[in-house]
Design a binder for this molecule. Structure first.
Ligand SMILES: Cc1ncc(COP(=O)(O)O)c(C=O)c1O
Length: 379
């Protein structure tokens, strides 16, 4: 398949693998899962995802509205800080509104008489390889740190949210965290109807002990008589999409550097933020290259870089069995999470179109961008 690049290709068959695990967990742990839209908001696959999840969670009014309009089911709305106008509008869309501070809760809860109200708590523990993404880092503003102030307003809320993980693959670590939360917030938890344990748990990975995870969650829910929610972002969509790019030029400066028609900064921003290389899923050779004979034992080493002016716009360094050619298409893997929601118009680069490979194998191009999108974005 030759693509008009750059484009993101979301594969429903790959997505299904994660969704079936999420559904299994819901049934066996008696928990509910709400998709974290901050990670993935590409709504043309929501109708497909909806059968496996219980709704969405959001970080803003717009995400909440999108969840309401396109995903349906439950809509959880959290924000680091809401404005008065947002609260007014949110009432139309959200079933649960989760505040980040006691002050905001006290200011707005009276207006929210028709929805569940919750509070985010910072449990002073976390699992994150990056300080930048650590919700329990020093001076963190994410969630209430003063436990006594939470007990004072406990009668105003019926749930709480703890989000304290980032890409946590370690079940034992999670299990200890949950024990800590159970002990520390014992009295509060007994007064609540629901508890969200946030996102950042990589439970759809192949070697994650899903059955143990289910048993742990189930027993926590039963112990405190609460409905547990998870807010999967990355784990819901991991490995389900690729960013397809085309090699436009190959230059040499001590090493061969292939320049593709995309950019880390504009189209896969987290690679830059977290200083990680992209992984290559496959390379589709242009016709010209297919005609050449290749020596399978040779190593052809390239840096692959984006076409913006940012000097460090680099996808990574890779070895190939055959030389790269202009026209080759490079598919970078795991391109669904925190990519499409963060793409931008830096350098006026064409935004990648969005293609969905449906379960029946058909490719459906659901979004393309052009010059007028770029222009209208700015004036
Ligand atoms: C409150 C909250 N819930 C859920 C998530 C989703 O996390 P992840 O994509 O790591 O699963 C995040 C991510 O930052 C978050 O802040």
């Amino acid at each position: 398949m030759h693509f008009n690049t750059p484009c993101y290709v979301i594969d429903e068959q790959k997505l299904l693998k994660n969704l079936e695990k999420i559904q299994w967990l819901g049934q066996h742990a008696n928990i509910k899962s709400v998709l974290a839209l901050k990670c993935f908001s590409t709504w043309p696959v929501f109708k497909f995802m909806q059968a496996y999840m219980d709704g969405t969670t959001s970080s803003s009014l717009y995400e909440a509205k999108l969840g309401y309009e396109e995903f349906g089911k439950e809509v959880h709305a959290y924000s680091v800080a809401f404005s008065q106008d947002e609260i007014h509008d949110l009432k139309q869309y959200a079933n649960k509104v989760i505040f980040n501070s006691v002050k905001q809760l006290k200011t707005f809860y009276a207006e929210l008489d028709t929805v569940d109200v919750g509070l985010r708590i910072n449990p002073h523990i976390s699992c994150s390889d990056y300080d930048l993404a650590d919700p329990a880092r020093q001076y963190s503003r994410l969630g209430v740190t003063d436990d006594s102030s939470v007990m004072e307003i406990a009668h105003l809320i019926n749930g709480v949210m703890f989000h304290y993980n980032c890409e946590n693959k370690d079940f034992d670590d999670f299990s200890q965290q949950l024990d800590h939360i159970g002990k520390t917030y014992h009295d509060l938890l007994h007064q609540l109807d629901w508890v969200s344990l946030g996102g950042g748990l990589y439970f759809t990975l192949d070697d994650y002990p899903l059955e143990k995870f289910a048993a742990k969650l189930k027993s926590f829910g039963e112990q405190f008589g609460v409905q547990i929610y998870l807010e999967p972002g990355e784990t819901a969509i991991t490995d389900s999409a690729s960013l397809v790019t085309t090699v436009l030029d190959i230059v040499h400066n001590e090493m061969d550097i292939a320049i593709v028609d995309s950019s880390t900064e504009a189209h896969m921003l987290d690679l830059l933020i977290y200083q990680e290389p992209a992984e290559i899923e496959k390379v589709q050779r242009s016709k010209r290259c297919n005609e050449q004979s290749s020596n399978q034992h040779d190593n052809y080493h390239y840096m692959i870089a984006g076409k913006t002016c940012l000097a460090g716009d680099i996808f990574g360094e890779y070895d190939f069995n055959t030389p790269l050619q202009t026209g080759d298409q490079i598919h970078f893997s795991d391109a669904a999470g925190y990519t499409m929601v963060k793409m931008n118009w830096f350098n006026g680069l064409k935004m990648p179109s969005i293609v969905i490979k449906r379960l029946d194998g058909q490719y459906d191009t659901v979004k393309t961008f052009n010059y007028s999108d770029f222009k209208q974005n700015l004036g």
